[in-house]
Design a protein around this ligand. Sequence first.
Ligand SMILES: *Cc1c(COP(=O)(O)O)cnc(C)c1O
Length: 424
Amino acid sequence: MIYSNTAAGAFEADQQDPLHKYRAQFLFPQHNGKESLYFTGNSLGLQARKTKELILEELEDWHKYGVEGHLEARRPWLSYHENFSANLAKIVGAKSTEVVAMNGLTTNLHLLMVSFYRPQGKRTKILCEGKAFPSDQYALKSQLRFHGLSPDEHLIEIMPDPETELIDEERIIAAIDANKDELALIMIGGVNYYTGQWFDMQRITDAGKRAGAIVGWDLAHAAGNVPLHLHEWQVDFAAWCGYKYLNSGPGGVSGAFIHEKHHGQKDIPRFEGWWGHDKENRFAMPDEFIPIPTAEAWQLSNAPVLAMTPLLASLELFAEVGMDQLRQKALKLTAYLEQVVNDVRANTGVELKVITPTEPNRRGSQLSIILPNQGKEVFNKLTAHGVIADWREPDVIRLAPVPLYNSFSDVFEFGQLLEKFLKD
Ligand SMILES: *Cc1c(COP(=O)(O)O)cnc(C)c1O
């Protein structure tokens, strides 16, 4: 164990943590005049302290300039989305021309599948993980039906092992190989929302490419959580949520990646809008669509500035810290939580089962734990005592100790409460 499961051990860990100071850059929901123990940054990330100031600046500029703010605002609205690309690119391991902040995740998945799910001849099938997040299932199935294909025949779902709830990559690779002449698209969640399993994305991408399929990733639970190298891995496309680990606020603006090998093509099917058109002559309002030779070609509308501002505040912090440092801390913090849970198990005799993989390179900052028997009751007591976590029926509690703002003391205090309520 890296740090002892005591108040002093957690305190010491926080003192030694180079990122501890970033906690003060975020606003925590309060509970009885104290910060809550917030472990749902994988669901809705916290508000960066600077968000309010940045939004007020936009409101001020709108007041001051009206429409002229498109050029005159301190961050001109015409190019507002460009403020995000460099920082997002570092987070997902891409060139800044390969990413764009826009829309919601499911919207982006659809827009990207219009371009990259192109069933032809025998190549019609989509492979995904079983028990995918419902929105992903709806998106995939409706894309199939849109092309006149039945999901029953054309969607290959690799189901989790009922014992462990995990999906062994070997089975994914075997399914890719077995269907290699019929696969049009592989689309999997990089980090599973339920178990927290982080797939070997590079290996699956390689296998998909060898099979001649397009490979896209849903990075809802991966972006800002685990290190990614989308460009280098030759991923074709990806999309993620802005409001989970990236703190863009409720329903906030999300992001997309399109590998540069797909840029600048006029004959790629794409749902087009004026914000994807060549910037040089956008306002000449030409009839013919000329795509911006970057991921921005997939934009439809001009940027929703006020909705994007929270992401700006958060990405500044990501840029300062960098994914390497974040990952270093995440490894320690998640290991600490795992140890605390192991101690609670030993001290109470309650069979707490962690379904998230134990290998650090197969998970990010999330542990999903089965609380048997009176689990929901214990969860409710935790909630009443200021723990904000996520409950999935029938018996799973999901906890995300987020390295940008959670502390080792948060984890320690959670363990104390869990032990107490399991003993009650
Ligand atoms: C959170 C999440 C979504 C949510 O989609 P929105 O379009 O942002 O509402 C979709 N897919 C996965 C895998 C998620 O984790």
